[in-house]
Design a binder for this molecule. Structure first.
Ligand SMILES: Cc1cc2nc3c(=O)[nH]c(=O)nc-3n(C[C@H](O)[C@H](O)[C@H](O)COP(=O)(O)OP(=O)(O)OC[C@H]3O[C@@H](n4cnc5c(N)ncnc54)[C@H](O)[C@@H]3O)c2cc1C
Length: 507
């Protein structure tokens, strides 16, 4: 049997890569620094409440089904996905709101109520979003962008689709009402991009959400991670926790294995890094093996914004008034984003994403209680904000804001709370500048300009996850593993994949 492929990191990207490579007959070992699998999608528990730490909005669920099918399994036997409606309720500072949904007639009737002159503009914008999706998602997301030719080939389409404009710039060509512009441009924030700077390629997210909907995993996103780890165990892929990689060992320009903290060496046919690519090059590959990705070059990568995430559980619920997913916009849009991305100051106002999973799944809280998290995009660690000193006060301000705007009596009803700041992303998840989503998805950090899935410096070293093509978000990182099908060679001798137990086959 050949040496295994070693996957460094058990985030959605690493677990997807392990599944795909195992399905091709490779023996695979996953090594994860943390005490849990999932990375950003790990789970916190407090006083009977179950909190997904990160991703909560599951889109393009077929990507998950596909992974299980590759191993002749059915995701439904491991985890249940349920649709969420509305996808989001978007609340504006003036007290009005918009239910962001998938059906065109429901969208159009709300647009007609809010700004009748924008109905036709929305239709045209949606059609533009579909055209971008047809190229940017269907044709390009799962293929490698290794060479400059790959980029040149798509350049004419990108120009024709006006991808040199920002998401906000393109949407504003179609919609006049500022509130509607916000409804259809906040999505890049969920993959680390400023809508005013992110290429309009990412307008494809709108079409992706309309096409496949927004889903929630019963038991929380953590149950999807559990399902992936369980299916890997069935096909003999260990996910070794508490196993930080200290070095990717390179011999004659080729990755030959990984050295774990404590000294253990695991020999590898190839190494797949799901860790952030900047951190991988800088901390795991010795400088003498890096011609292109020098410390200087890696340091010049512009990282996405940081995230403040406050988790809380409370008595009773707000099911009647608070949806499963809420976007709570503040008084400023562009100004606030400039403060976060460019000025790197902690503003007095905020725009929030509020998650109430117990509206869909009561099992995530003790009886009579409910579970929430609230996310505020903030400057990354380059800002120098002293979160130790400011974190508690910032969380308190957010809770007061929610109480005043939409959750009366909230602060008295809270029974448990804690928060994460960009420092957690830097120290626990080993992400440069404590960025929430890896490198910012600007045009000059997307596709060929993003970290390539195949290392140019080290043979046999590959990347999956948010920092590489196609980028952050659960669909993006699962798709990055799909790119490996094209660039990682097949094993000399395939190791057969154990078939599912008979009771599954019978279902
Ligand atoms: C708060 C938050 C909310 C989000 N919401 C959504 C959402 O609703 N929908 C959506 O689609 N996306 C969402 N995202 C984005 C999405 O979660 C991420 O893009 C995705 O989960 C990243 O997966 P990944 O595999 O690239 O990396 P990660 O999840 O970061 O996993 C990388 C893993 O590598 C491990 N690692 C790093 N270095 C080493 C080392 N040296 N040795 C061993 N292991 C190592 C880390 O411990 C980690 O487990 C959200 C992100 C955050 C933070």
């Amino acid at each position: 049997m050949s040496d295994p492929i070693v996957v460094v990191g058990a985030g959605f990207g690493g677990l997807s890569a392990a599944i795909r490579l195992r399905a091709r007959g490779w023996p695979v070992v996953v090594v994860e620094a943390g005490s849990q699998a999932g990375g950003r999608a790990r789970v916190f528990e407090s006083e009977g409440h179950v909190f997904d730490a990160g991703p909560t909005v599951i889109t393009a669920p077929y990507l998950l089904h596909e992974l299980f099918q590759l191993l002749d399994r059915n995701l439904r036997d491991y985890c249940e996905l349920v649709p969420v409606d509305p996808f989001y309720r978007v609340r504006f500072d003036d007290g009005t709101s918009f239910d962001y949904v998938g059906e065109e007639d429901r969208l159009l009737s709300q647009i007609a109520d809010m700004s009748p002159g924008d109905v036709d503009g929305y239709r045209k914008m949606a059609a533009h979003s579909e055209r971008i999706f047809d190229i940017g998602y269907k044709q390009l997301a799962h293929v490698p962008f290794d060479t400059v030719m790959d980029m040149l080939r798509v350049a004419p389409d990108m120009i024709r689709l006006q991808n040199y404009k920002s998401v906000y710039g393109l949407v504003s060509d179609y919609l006049k009402d500022e509130r509607l512009r916000q409804v259809f441009t906040f999505q890049p924030l969920l993959i680390g991009g400023n809508p005013f700077a992110t290429s309009s390629i990412y307008l494809l997210i709108h079409w992706l959400e309309r096409k496949w909907g927004v889903w929630f995993a019963k038991g929380g996103t953590g149950s999807l991670i559990k399902a992936m780890v369980n299916v890997l165990a069935e096909v003999d892929v260990p996910v070794r926790l508490n196993s930080p990689v200290e070095e990717i060992v390179v011999d004659n320009g080729k990755a030959t294995g990984v050295r774990l903290q404590g000294g253990e060496f695991i020999r590898a046919a190839h190494v797949i890094s799901n860790a952030d690519p900047s951190a991988t090059y800088k901390h795991l590959v010795a400088p003498e093996h890096r011609k292109k990705h020098t410390d200087r070059r890696v340091g010049n990568v512009r990282q996405s914004m940081g995230l403040f995430v406050g988790y809380f559980g409370c008595e009773g619920d707000y099911d009647d008034t608070v949806m499963h997913h809420e976007i709570v916009l503040g008084p400023r849009y562009k100004g606030l984003l400039t403060d976060i991305f460019d000025n790197r100051v902690l503003a007095d106002d905020f725009s929030l994403y509020l998650h109430q999973p117990t509206r869909t799944d009561k099992s995530l809280a003790p009886d009579g209680k409910s579970t929430f998290y609230v996310l505020s995009p903030v400057p990354n660690e380059k800002s120098g904000i002293d979160w130790e000193a400011q974190g508690d006060e910032y969380f308190d301000r957010i809770l007061s804001h929610l109480e005043t705007r939409m959750m009366p009596g909230l602060k008295d009803r809270i029974t448990t709370k804690f928060h994460m700041t960009p420092r957690y992303f830097r120290d626990e998840l080993r992400t440069p500048d404590g960025a929430g989503f890896g490198p910012e998805p600007t045009l000059l950090q997307s596709a060929w300009f993003r970290y390539h899935n195949r290392s140019e410096d080290v043979d046999g070293l590959y990347f999956v996850g948010a920092g590489t093509h196609p980028g952050a978000g659960v669909p993006g990182v699962i798709t990055s593993a799909k790119v490996l099908d094209t660039i990682v060679p097949a094993p000399d001798v395939a190791v057969p994949v154990p078939q599912p137990a008979m009771e599954w086959v019978a279902k």
